[in-house]
Design a protein around this ligand. Structure first.
Ligand code: ATP
Ligand code: MG
Length: 145
């Protein structure tokens, strides 16, 4: 395993439900270091660009509306096997099918069906692109201890 970086987005529902702290605690408990972070209210163009891969899917309009409904917390996580590790912590896309104990099961199961609390990069190429989408290299930090 290698040290990797991945992009996390705490989505509008989880920010509104005051789950930023709960989710950050889970990062720490799983040895995922925060090396960059910012709150941002995405506009339509930004959200459409970020999720461009889904632009022909039937849920695209609903996804964009959701993602721009309130601010989100964007965070770069670093750690051993960070991409897959964070995807496991998140749980399956649909909260009702996510494993008990995962972020989506614990923190999004009772919300609206299309709202699932978090985003996480799904591969090393997408992680690199998504990190660049939100952060300049000087906004990402190498922790010394
Ligand atoms: P994310 O990319 O946000 O980390 P994911 O990789 O688990 O989630 P994707 O297939 O990439 O899932 O879908 C992106 C997002 O689009 C989902 O997180 C969810 O918010 C929304 N979405 C996906 N499938 C559906 C669907 N069938 N109905 C409504 N919304 C959906
Ligand atoms: Mg995805």
């Amino acid at each position: 395993m290698a040290v990797e970086r991945t992009l996390s987005i705490i989505k509008p529902d989880a920010v509104a439900n005051k789950f930023i702290g709960e989710i950050y605690s889970r990062f720490a408990a799983n040895d995922l270091r925060i090396v960059a972070a910012r709150m941002v209210h995405l506009n339509k163009e930004q959200a459409e660009k970020f999720y461009a891969i889904h632009k022909n899917r039937p849920f695209f309009a609903m996804l964009i509306e959701y993602m721009i409904s309130d601010p989100v917390m964007v965070t770069v996580l670093e750690g051993e096997d960070a991409i897959a590790k964070y995807r496991t912590l998140m749980g399956a896309t649909m909260p009702e099918f996510a494993a008990p104990g995962s972020i989506r099961y614990d923190l999004a199961r009772d919300g609206r069906a299309n709202e699932n609390a978090v985003h996480g990069s799904d591969a090393s190429e997408t992680a690199a692109e998504e990190i660049k989408f939100f952060f300049k290299s000087e906004e990402i930090f190498d922790l010394k201890r």
